[in-house]
Design a protein around this ligand. Structure first.
Ligand SMILES: *Cc1c(COP(=O)(O)O)cnc(C)c1O
Length: 225
């Protein structure tokens, strides 16, 4: 059986070690536990172990879990956003990391219930040509952000990427450093989030400035089918 509490501890130790090596304060870095395809019982174990931030990719699956678990966890949407799903996403999540079109952002803003405060969003950036993966072209970031900055229902917090998977730390850091450069080039004081790094490359991401790492397998083991 997967020892979720022990795995969470190990992931936090990896983050602390990587932060130390980079001369960063580990408290700047949030571990988001990615729970796609894992059942509610597993999420409850993580909550019992003190985990607060959770990421989900598929709306219907996520909404069922969110309803069952009730208040407490902070939910991050990290899947592809379809425009007919923006209402439920804006109602159920605190963060959306995968905004890659102005139209999606406009709809999320429009559908965000005002009493919840603005929805936190990250712009998903495309750093390499890969079939089936979304993302804003790096040279479009500024013009997209200018349009989003006006929207009352969302708050742009920074950038997110899902680079091509690689086992080579040099290759991993290549993409993460690009995202950090784009963050510095385009952002202002209102940006505080670099969402990058997963189970296999979180050290590289922390070395390049990640503030949220999205970790599934290293906490929960392989995903059920
Ligand atoms: C599934 C997923 C993760 C977690 O990946 P692991 O390799 O299991 O840690 C992180 N980010 C996104 C966008 C994902 O879809």
């Amino acid at each position: 059986m997967t020892d979720i509490k022990e795995n969470l501890k190990k992931v936090h130790e990896r983050v602390v070690k990587a932060a130390d090596l980079a001369g960063r304060d580990p408290r700047e870095i949030t571990v988001m536990a990615v729970t796609k395809r894992h059942p509610v019982a597993v999420i409850r174990q993580a909550i019992a172990a003190g985990q607060r931030h959770f990421g989900e990719n598929f709306l219907q699956e996520a909404v069922d879990k969110i309803d069952q678990l009730g208040p407490g966890p902070v939910w991050h949407f990290i899947g592809q956003v379809q425009s007919n799903k923006t209402r439920r996403i804006a109602q159920s999540f605190s963060w959306v990391h995968t905004v890659d079109r102005v139209k999606i952002a406009q709809r999320l803003s429009e559908h965000r219930p005002p009493e919840l405060g603005p929805l936190n969003i990250c712009l998903q950036i495309k750093l390499a040509e890969e079939a089936g993966k979304g993302g804003i072209d790096p040279n479009q970031i500024d013009s997209v952000w200018r349009k989003l900055d006006q929207l009352p229902g969302i708050r742009v917090r920074g950038l997110m990427c899902i680079p091509p998977p690689s086992l080579d730390p040099k290759q991993q850091r290549h993409y993460f450093s690009q995202l950090q450069e784009l963050f510095k080039l385009n952002g202002d004081d209102s940006w505080d989030t670099l969402s990058m790094g997963m189970s296999g490359d979180l050290e590289s991401a922390v070395a390049e400035g990640a503030t949220i790492v999205r970790v599934g397998t290293a906490i929960f083991g392989p995903r059920p089918n």
